[in-house]
Structures are given as structure tokens and as C-alpha cells.
Unconditional design. Structure first.
Lengths: 117, 799
């Protein structure tokens, strides 16, 4: 399963890179979303081995976490990452919205004026 | 004592800033006490050094790396130390008069004293790293001094050129020194010098020596790196006299002489140094004769003398060591005197151009006398110290161990250069002090004040006095220096009369030819340059600098053309270049063979849906299609989280997915959201290839990383401590709010800042529209007020 999920990470990165290399702002946003999925899944695989089912909960009877429970640390990291990438994507979306108002275009090549040498 | 001497001169440098009032010289005299004290302190060590002792001081600097701050005083460093502090004293005094009107005098003194401290540190350093630090400090202070009058573009150019050349050579030197230190197993000079045979057999020997040559040649203005020195004459004359004649430019020679016992003896050492030195000597002498600027003439003459010194370090031999130390002393004396005379002439007449000067012997008799003394020494006329030095120089070339045609060539170069030296010395003296009064001078030229004459006066007098009465003393004083260079005892035997020798004959020939050359001065000056135009190092330097700047501009234009995705493309390619080869070489072998033993069909199907969603998102022809495709990917992510024991993640992912979809629908509704292809087919194909390679690399890296554990997990700690330390059963939640609570707070801050940004942007749009409608615009910068008004609208009382 690790191999399959690694391949999924690869496809997510490939799709994200392809979309982010397009000229349309809309595709850039879609690419960013895919990229954050890819990164989250990548972190998810970096934990203490993939295990089906058991979340990391302290059992009320034994008073300990089952030895087979999933790695809680990466989950905490991903949780943070999900929320932050959401913040980033909404920010980019409103930026695209404003840029569209100002430039009347969704083509990134129309927005190169400020960076010319 | 040595470290405190270096420290004293560096620490007292800011005192120079107090010399401010124009036309008052008390400050200058007081400052001169600093180098004078150091000079006196060094003088007290002369007897001990002559007895063969040497002083060593070592302080631990970075003991973990085996770095020491070490200082050594032996014969060679004593000679240089006395030249630095002795001439330094005169320079400090002279500056007070030379720059009497300049309100920036204090700044000049600051740089000058920093330089003096650095130079002293350079020659007193006891290990190569300590020496290198001071080596670079002299380059930097030289830059500051050349660029002192930085209002003029040519001054800035000269300063920059000097810095780039010497510091560039310094970089090469550092590498060479480190190689040497690694080969010898120690960075201390004592150990390196003791490890001579080991070093010469070491594979590092040739590269290290070549790199050290590069450092020494750039610093000591050897051909073809000589061109920065004439341009450095943009510095105020006291700095030129001090740095670019007497001390700093000799640092390269000092370094070579310092390493002589360990590194010399190989053909590489002997022939490379002799060839470069002789070429520099000949080139400098020829070019010096062609100059009209007094300081340029002296600069090229200095280059030729530096060539002599480099050649002597290459030649070695009993007379070579003697000639080396004698020439160093003789040159320091007459050249500093001549530079200071040039400064006086410039100061009093307002010009340094030989065509505008003339007849100054009447109005400036004392200056003329000093200049003639020093010039006689430079020309190597008998009874001057310069003559004695040249005698031994000739003897060193005659007795050198070079194979025969090379030896004759070197002798010829030395004789020709000596003849040219006579000619340009005569040209200098005649052009300035004899003949009819020059046309381009200030009216009412008068003699310089006594304080100013002291500067050239003392070294010029010494040029005569040493050879008249002090030769045995000078010989005794120079013996330890020659011994240090040779590594074995060498007695310096200085005499005005060695008997009728070949050297004397060659000297006479040189003087005769030189005297004859003066008859053809005008023709010689008009002679075309000895080098073809394209070989002009100065022009090559300019072309290099311009090429670098042009290349950098072109590169920046190509990589940063304002298109964000081109930036990203470069970053991706850089990532691939860094990670791809490393992964292919080292990562591929570690990949475990996958096992599909407990693969669940539904998991595989869910995994398959993600690529399907991605392709659908890429190929989508409508907004809704794209949103749904991306939504599928997000939902599958949530599904994986559920399957693999992460319900919190799944919940969050779903909530965020819903929110994102809502936003996407909102924003895409107002964007033009054309879904036709904007890029050309070829571009798309290229991007698809790059994306695929990135995807394969990422998949491989992820798989390799996920199946190899280098460190034990720290998750067990959180699992064990969750209930007892964090008082919560859900370990993930406890980590978020307790163990890594600060992270979560940071995350909230990020969201808040993003919110402020979004809010500001949306308001900006509204403010612009209100403006367009002719309504009073509210400031969009004023975000907090805006939020308050939007959240709790209150009627504002308009003033």
C-alpha cells in the first residue's frame, strides 16, 4: 500500500506542477490545491508505518494507547497543514479576484509589468 | 608583546578621527607617536634577533578546529616590521601637512592606521590563517585608501579594481594555504617550514604552490596582474608611498620569502618565479620610462622592483638571499622618499605632469636635493645604497643555479632594466627640477615646510648614510632576515667595493647605457607600447567585468522575465538537478521490493480515483467540471485518512473541502475562467514531460523515505504522555493544543493574517469602485477601522 500511495503522491505532484505551469490563474489555483493534497499525503506516509483502522486514542479500560494505533504526530502536523493551505488558497483566490478586477484578465502573462528588469 | 603591538595600532586607529582642524599639526605629531612607539619597541628586539632568537606567541582561537592566533617575530618579520612602523611614522607626520586643508584628514588617518595595524599583523603572523586574515584586511584598507576621494569615477574604478584583483588573488591564496596546512598537518609557519620534504612529495604541492603564486602575484602586482597598481595611484600620495610602494605590495614577496625554505628548490618554484619576476622587471622598467605622470612613473618603477624581488625569491642562492633583503630595504628607502617628493611637488605646484613641470631646483632647493639623493639610489649610482643592492643583485644573477641560456637571459634583463632605471631616474629629476620653469604650475611656488620635508628627508638621507658609514651595521641587521629566508645561516656582506668583478663591470655598462639613453629620451618616450593592444590587462579586466555584469543581466532577464511560471520552471529544474541524480545514484538501490500481500481492492480503487480526478481537472472544459474533479481528489484524501486511522484528519479535510468548493464556485463565477488552452502545444508537451519527471521523482523519493527508517519514532512519547501530561485521550488533539500548542497558535496567526489580507483586497476593490462612482472613498489602508465599521456599522459624524 505504501508503494501505491507513493505513486499517488507522484501523480498529485505531477498534476499540480502541470497545472501551475499554465497561464490561467484558475488553473494555478487548482494546481495549488492538488499540491497541498500531495504534500499532506507525503507527510502522512512519513509516519511510523501505515496501519489500518486504529486511531491514536487512549483506551479508557487499559489506560494506554494500543500498540497498533496510527502515528499521532504526523496527523497533528497534517491537520495544521490542511488548515494553513486552506488559508493560502483562499488568499490566492481573492488575489485572483482582485487581479481580475484590476487587469480584466485571468492570463498570468498580462500581469508581468511589475517585475520587468 | 607582538599581539599587543598589533592590537595597539588597530585599536588606536579611531584616534585618527580626532585630527580635524585644518592647518594645525599638533594632532599629526601626536598620532605619529603611535607608529614611533611601535618602531622603538621593535628596535629593542634587534639585538635578540641578531643573536638568532625568535619570539613566538600563541593564543587559542577556535581550539575545536585547531585554529590558533599565533604571532612570530624573526629576522624577516623584524625587517618588514621596522619598515612598516618607521615609514609609517614619517607618513603619518607628512599627511598632516599634505592634507592640511582637507577636512577629511581624520578619516584618512583612520584608514591609514587600520592599514598599518593589518600590515603589522600580516608580517608578525605565526600561522597561515592568522596571516590570511590580516592579508585580507590590508586589501580592504587599501581599497578604502585608494577610494579616499570617492567623488571621482576614476578613483572609484581604481579602488574597485585594486580590491577585486587582490581579494580575488586572496581567495586563491586561501585555498592554497589550506591545502598546504592539510598537507603539512599544521597551520603554523614553524611546522609548515619543518615539513618541507613531506610537502614537496605531497600531491597537493603543485596546486598549492600555484594558488599561492596567484595570491602573491596579484598582491605584489606581478605581470600580468600589474595593472591595478598604476590605477591605485588615485590614492592620496601618502597612501601611495606607504601601501603601494613600501609595504603592502611587498606582502606577496614576503609570503613567498616566508615559504622559501619549505617550498623552494623545485623547477616549478625556480623557473615560474624567475620568469614572472623577470618579465615584470623588464615590463615595468620599459613602461616607467614612457610615463608623464610622476606617480605613474614611480608606480611602474615599483612594479619593476617588485619583479626583481620575485625573481630573487625564485633564484635563491647565497647572493640571492642577500640581494633580496638588501633590495627590500633600499627600495623602501628611496621609493618612499621619491613618492613623498612627488607629493610635495604636486602639493606646491598643483600638477604631477612632467610636461608641465620644470626648473623647481631654484624655488625648492631642499626638495630637489632630497629627490636627487633618492633618484641616485634608484638609478644605482655608486656610493648610494641602491648601488650596493644592485651589485649583489647582479652577483646573484651571475652566480644563480639556472641552466645557461636562462641565466644569460636573466642577466641581460637585469642589466637592461638597470640601464632603463638610470634613464627614468634622470628623466624624473631633470623633468621636475631642471630646465626652464614649467608652464602648467601654480604661480609663486615655494619650499615645503620642514615637517613635510622630514618625510622624504629621513629615508633619502639613509639611502646615502647607510652606504657611507653604516654598511657593516646594515649587514648585521639584515643577516637574520636573510637567514630566515634561506632557512640556514647566511651572512649579509654589504660593501661598497667588492673589487673588480663582473658585477661591477655590468653595473658600469648599465650606467653608461642608461646615460646614453637619456640622449634619446624623446624618441624612447614616443616608442610604441611593448605589448600589443589586445594584451592590455587593464582592457581585459574591463572586458571581464563588463562581461560579468552583462552576463548577469542577461541571465536575470532570461530566468526572471516577470512570468511567474518561468520562475517556477527554473526552481523545478533546479530541484530536479539537485535531487534527481542523487536519488538515481543512491536512492534507487535502497528501494525495497513492494509486497501486495494484504492489499485491499477498495483501497486500490480509491487510489486509482485520484489520478482520474487529476486528469479530469487538467482536461476540464468547464468551471463546474474542474471543481468537481478537484473535489473528488479531496474526498479520496479524506477516505484515505479514514482508512488509515486518522478520523480527525478526515473530518477536517471534509470541512475544508466543502468550504473550498464554496469559495471556488464563488470566485470562478466572477472570473472569466476561460478554459481554452492558452499555451502552445509544444509548451504543453514540455510542461507535461517536466511534470511527469517531477512526479516520478517525488513518487520514488516518497517511497524510499517511507520504507527506510533512519531514526526511531518519537510518536511513542506522545502516546504514553497524552493522558498523564496532557489530560486528554485523543492523542492528536492533545498534541495540537498542548504539546505543540505554539504551533497551533502560529497557525491561527497565519489564518488571521490571510484573513486581513483578503479583507483588505476586497475592500480595495470596493473603494476603487466607490471612487469611480464619485462617492467619497474610504482609505483602504485603514483596515482595522474598516473592519469595525463593517462588523458594527455606526454612523460616522463627518467633520
Amino acid at each position: 500500500m505504501t508503494l501505491i500511495l507513493s505513486l499517488v503522491v507522484g501523480t498529485l505532484f505531477a498534476g499540480a506542477v502541470y497545472l501551475m505551469l499554465r497561464r490561467s490563474v484558475v488553473k494555478l489555483i487548482l494546481g495549488l490545491i492538488l499540491l497541498s493534497h500531495g504534500v499532506n499525503l507525503l507527510i502522512f506516509l512519513m509516519g511510523d508505518g501505515l496501519r489500518r483502522g486504529e486511531p491514536a486514542f487512549v483506551d479508557s479500560v487499559t489506560g494506554a494507547v494500543s500498540a497498533n494505533a496510527a502515528d499521532p504526530l504526523i496527523q497533528a502536523l497534517i491537520l495544521t497543514a490542511i488548515v494553513i493551505s486552506f488559508g493560502l488558497i483562499t488568499f490566492i483566490m481573492s488575489l485572483a479576484y482582485r487581479a481580475n478586477q484590476a487587469v480584466q484578465s485571468d492570463d498570468l502573462d498580462d500581469m508581468t509589468l511589475t517585475d520587468k528588469l | 608583546m607582538l599581539s599587543s603591538m598589533v592590537l595597539l595600532s588597530l585599536a588606536s586607529a579611531p584616534a585618527g578621527l580626532f585630527v580635524r582642524r585644518p592647518h594645525r599639526h599638533l594632532g599629526g605629531w601626536a598620532l605619529a607617536l603611535i607608529p614611533l612607539t611601535l618602531f622603538a619597541l621593535l628596535c629593542t628586539q634587534i639585538p635578540a634577533i641578531i643573536d638568532g632568537a625568535s619570539i613566538r606567541e600563541t593564543y587559542a582561537w577556535v581550539p575545536q578546529m585547531g585554529l590558533d592566533l599565533a604571532f612570530t617575530l624573526d629576522g624577516l618579520s623584524l625587517l618588514f616590521g621596522l619598515i612598516i612602523t618607521g615609514i609609517g611614522t614619517l607618513i603619518v607626520l607628512y599627511t598632516s601637512y599634505y592634507m592640511a586643508e582637507d577636512t577629511g584628514r581624520g578619516r584618512f588617518y583612520l584608514y591609514l592606521l587600520i592599514f598599518m595595524g593589518s600590515m603589522l599583523g600580516l608580517v608578525l603572523a605565526g600561522n597561515v590563517i592568522t596571516m590570511f586574515v590580516f592579508w585580507e584586511l590590508t586589501s580592504v584598507s587599501s581599497y578604502l585608501l585608494i577610494g579616499f576621494k570617492h567623488d571621482y569615477p576614476e578613483v572609484r574604478r581604481g579602488a574597485q579594481q585594486g580590491l577585486l584583483i587582490t581579494v580575488g588573488g586572496g581567495l586563491a591564496l586561501l585555498v592554497g594555504l589550506i591545502m598546504l596546512g592539510e598537507a603539512a598537518g599544521s597551520y603554523a609557519f614553524v611546522d609548515i617550514l619543518a615539513a618541507g620534504e613531506t610537502l614537496q612529495a605531497h600531491p597537493f604541492y603543485v596546486p598549492a604552490v600555484l594558488l599561492i603564486f596567484l595570491g602573491a602575484f596579484t598582491k605584489s602586482a606581478q605581470f600580468p596582474f600589474h595593472f591595478w597598481l598604476p590605477n591605485a595611484m588615485q590614492a592620496p600620495t601618502p597612501a601611495s608611498a606607504f601601501l603601494h610602494s613600501a609595504t603592502m605590495v611587498k606582502a606577496g614577496v614576503y609570503l613567498l620569502a616566508r615559504f622559501y625554505p619549505a617550498l623552494s628548490g623545485t623547477p616549478l618554484w625556480t623557473y615560474a618565479l624567475t620568469a614572472v619576476g623577470a618579465a615584470t622587471l623588464l615590463f615595468g622598467s620599459i613602461t616607467a620610462l614612457r610615463q608623464y605622470d610622476l606617480k605613474a612613473l614611480l608606480a611602474y618603477s615599483t612594479i619593476s622592483q617588485l619583479g626583481t624581488l620575485t625573481m630573487l625569491v625564485g633564484l635563491g642562492g647565497k647572493y640571492g638571499y642577500q640581494a633580496l633583503v638588501a633590495t627590500i630595504l633600499a627600495h623602501a628607502l628611496y621609493k618612499s622618499a621619491l613618492f613623498l617628493v612627488a607629493g610635495i611637488v604636486d602639493h606646491e605646484t598643483g600638477t604631477r605632469d612632467l610636461r608641465k613641470l620644470g626648473g623647481l631646483r631654484r624655488s625648492m632647493p631642499a626638495t630637489a636635493a632630497l629627490a636627487i639623493l633618492a633618484a641616485l639610489s634608484m638609478a644605482g649610482i655608486p656610493i648610494m645604497f641602491g648601488f650596493v643592492a644592485k651589485e649583489i643583485l647582479l652577483k646573484a644573477t651571475i652566480e644563480s643555479a639556472l641552466i645557461d641560456p636562462a641565466r644569460y637571459a636573466v642577466i641581460a634583463v637585469v642589466v637592461v632594466s638597470a640601464a632603463l632605471g638610470v634613464a627614468y631616474s634622470w628623466r624624473l629629476v631633470r623633468g621636475v627640477f631642471f630646465g626652464s620653469p614649467g608652464s602648467g604650475m601654480k604661480p609663486h611656488v615655494h619650499e615645503a615646510p620642514v615637517g613635510m620635508l622630514l618625510g622624504p628627508g629621513i629615508p633619502a638621507t639613509f639611502s646615502l648614510a647607510v652606504s657611507l658609514g653604516l654598511l657593516p651595521l646594515a649587514g648585521e641587521f639584515l643577516t637574520p632576515a636573510a637567514t630566515t629566508v634561506a632557512g640556514t645561516a647566511v651572512a649579509v656582506d654589504l660593501r661598497l667595493w667588492y673589487g673588480f668583478t663582473l658585477a661591477l663591470g655590468l653595473s658600469a655598462v648599465a650606467i653608461g647605457v642608461g646615460a646614453a639613453l637619456t640622449r634619446f629620451e624623446r624618441q624612447l618616450v614616443a616608442w610604441p607600447s611593448p605589448l600589443p593592444g589586445w594584451l592590455n590587462s587593464d582592457r581585459i579586466y574591463d572586458a571581464t567585468i563588463n562581461g560579468l555584469l552583462g552576463g548577469a543581466t542577461a541571465f536575470t532577464r532570461a530566468t526572471q522575465n516577470g512570468r511567474m511560471r518561468v520562475y517556477m520552471l527554473w526552481m523545478l529544474l533546479a530541484f530536479l538537478a539537485l535531487v534527481g541524480p542523487a536519488f538515481t545514484l543512491y536512492g534507487l538501490a535502497d528501494l525495497p521490493t513492494p509486497s501486495f500481500a494484504n492489499l485491499q481492492t477498495y483501497e486500490a480503487l480509491a487510489a486509482l480515483l485520484i489520478p482520474v480526478g487529476i486528469i479530469a481537472a487538467i482536461r476540464a472544459r468547464s468551471r463546474l467540471g474542474a471543481i468537481i474533479a478537484v473535489g473528488v481528489v479531496g474526498a479520496m484524501m479524506a477516505l484515505f485518512f479514514v482508512l488509515f486511522g486518522a478520523p480527525d484528519l478526515a473530518l477536517t479535510q471534509l470541512v475544508i473541502e466543502v468550504l473550498s468548493t464554496v469559495f471556488l464556485v464563488l470566485v470562478f463565477a466572477v472570473l472569466p475562467a476561460r478554459f481554452e488552452e492558452l499555451s502552445r502545444k509544444l509548451t504543453r508537451a514540455r510542461d507535461a514531460v517536466i511534470a511527469t519527471i517531477i512526479g516520478i521523482t517525488m513518487a520514488g523519493v516518497t517511497y524510499a523515505a517511507a520504507s527506510n527508517r533512519l531514526f526511531p519514532t518519537i510518536a511513542d512519547y506522545f502516546k504514553a504522555e497524552s493522558l498523564s501530561a496532557g489530560k486528554g485521550a485523543n492523542v492528536v488533539n492533545v498534541i495540537l493544543v498542548d504539546f505543540r500548542g505554539l504551533d497551533t497558535m502560529g497557525e491561527i496567526m497565519v489564518l488571521f493574517i490571510a484573513l486581513l489580507g483578503i479583507y483588505g483586497m476586497l475592500r480595495l476593490g470596493r473603494a476603487r469602485r466607490r471612487e469611480a462612482d464619485g462617492q467619497p472613498a474610504r482609505s483602504y489602508v485603514d483596515v482595522p477601522t474598516g473592519i469595525v465599521q463593517d462588523v458594527a456599522p455606526v454612523n460616522r459624524v463627518e467633520a
